[in-house]
Design a protein around this ligand. Structure first.
Ligand code: ADP
Length: 450
């Protein structure tokens, strides 16, 4: 087992990893920017190293500084959390070259899954269902039309180098296709310096359902069920739950074993998430994240498993702590992402937290790194905490969520808490009847308030 783990992150996820290390008896090293001198992860770590000024590129993304911090402190492994360097293959390679273990998959797997077209090809080869479409980039408008006719309209034109939803255009009919191709190409060219585009069938009202997987890197892999993350704003997840209100246990088992089998064939190592769009009973792969996800606690709540313990075990070469047949799903869990943002405009709201009270009781978990008197710096993302509530079933979970949302107090800054207080009382949400467009329609006032 590792003696000392350096946590190359900040905020709630740095604290999450730190807690797992402490439980396993591993010493912790926090790294931080000058804006985070008073941060909780720095206060609670055994050691801390300042790695630069506030902008992420000069601190949390600064590979030489992080490497130097490993050398100074003698850390034998690095946990990257999510975001920042967590899906940076070069970082994984560099740590490897310096005999420091990267707690994550191989650099090669990060690279493959980081390339949209390559990831889709790999998924297909491994037996994971993908969205019907062109195999790679389409060269000419004639090729595009032929493929679009084969898969049927509407189709989505996507940038090969895409990210953040840019360079994506829907063509409802044949007549729309030339313009969709031209605009997607020019947007992709200016955003990514690469105007290659590909075509997919456009799914009109899908849900976002993702499967959590774990591999030991030696050919064994398990799945931990799914999470439904359909409630999104501008492709950012807002509310996540497990299980998905849309799946039966049979469907869960079926997609879970397809994905676990694929990960076995890949000899995947560590935690991974396979993201799907789900419509009319069919799953369509969109991407794989080769890291721990923000929403992992809902999976922990229904499996009783500590995913960070598992990541550390696997990275240390100890294998997975359980077999698929030992994974038991029980109850229901919902996570609300509490952001320091205006609940209507979503404009960031950094500043000092003047009052802070967190709810407690059975089935309530808060993952956060803030405290009363803490000042949220303006330099990083606006996630200040996650409220995770679980119950024996979805109804009990919603009941408990309503109670905890009444109890929680975060004053001095604006937060997205009022949005969750509205959502938890909405009829569509109570029924679990929503797709990936629901929240945008709701925020635009187009969904009947319940
Ligand atoms: P990016 O890397 O740019 O974020 P993704 O492929 O992950 O692109 O897609 C981003 C979002 O766009 C998805 O979460 C989904 O909401 C939507 N999307 C992607 N592909 C399709 C599709 N074939 N049909 C409908 N919506 C899609």
């Amino acid at each position: 087992m590792f003696k000392k783990v350096l946590i190359a992150n900040r905020g709630e996820i740095a604290l999450r990893v730190l807690r797992a290390c402490k439980e396993l008896g591993i010493s912790t090293v926090a790294v931080h920017s000058t804006a985070d001198n008073a941060a909780m992860h720095v206060r609670l770590a055994d050691e801390s190293v300042c790695i630069g000024p506030p902008p992420s590129r000069d601190s949390y993304l600064n590979i030489p500084q992080i490497l130097a911090a490993c050398e100074i402190t003698g850390a034998d492994a690095v946990h990257p959390g999510y975001g920042f360097l967590s899906e940076n293959a070069r970082f994984a390679d560099i740590l490897d070259a310096h005999n420091v273990t990267f707690i994550g998959p191989t650099a090669q797997h990060i690279r493959t899954m980081g390339d949209k077209i390559e990831a889709k090809r790999t998924a297909k080869r491994l037996g994971i269902p993908v969205v019907p479409g062109s195999d790679g980039a389409v060269e000419t408008d004639t090729d595009a039309l032929r493929i679009a006719r084969e898969i049927g309209f509407p189709v989505l034109v996507k940038a090969s180098a895409g990210g953040g939803g840019r360079g994506m255009k829907v063509a409802q009919t044949e007549a729309d296709l030339p313009l969709a191709l031209a605009t997607a190409r020019s947007e992709a060219g200016s955003a990514f310096g690469d105007d290659a585009v590909y075509i997919e069938k456009y799914l009109e009202k899908p849900r976002h359902i993702e499967v959590q997987v774990f591999g030991d890197g030696a050919g064994e892999a398990i799945h931990l069920g799914e999470r439904d993350c359909s409630l999104q704003r501008r492709h950012q997840k807002v509310w996540e739950e497990a299980n998905s209100p849309a799946l039966t246990p049979e469907q869960r088992e079926k997609i879970g074993s397809i994905v676990a089998n694929a990960m076995r064939k890949l000899s995947y190592r560590g935690a991974g998430t396979i993201e799907f769009l789900y419509e009319n009973g069919e799953f369509y792969f969109i991407e794989m994240n080769t890291r721990l996800q923000v929403e992992h606690p809902v999976t922990e709540a229904i499996t009783g498993l500590d995913l960070v313990h598992e990541q550390i075990r696997v990275a240390a070469g100890l294998g997975l702590s359980l077999k698929q047949s030992e994974v038991k799903f029980s109850g229901h869990a919902i996570e609300c992402r509490i952001n320091a943002e205006d609940p209507r405009t979503f404009a960031p709201s950094p500043g000092k937290i003047t009052h802070y009270h967190t709810p407690g009781g059975l089935g309530v978990r808060i993952d956060s790194a803030v405290y009363q008197g803490y000042s949220i710096p303006p330099f990083y993302d606006s996630l200040i905490g996650k409220l995770i509530v679980s119950g024996r079933d979805r109804a009990e979970c919603l009941m408990r969520l309503r109670r905890t949302l009444d109890e929680i107090v975060v004053d001095g800054i604006k937060t997205t808490l009022p949005l969750f207080r509205d959502l938890v009382g909405n009829d569509d949400i109570i029924r679990g009847d929503y797709d990936i467009h629901w929240l945008e329609h709701y925020l635009a006032g187009e969904t009947a308030a319940g």
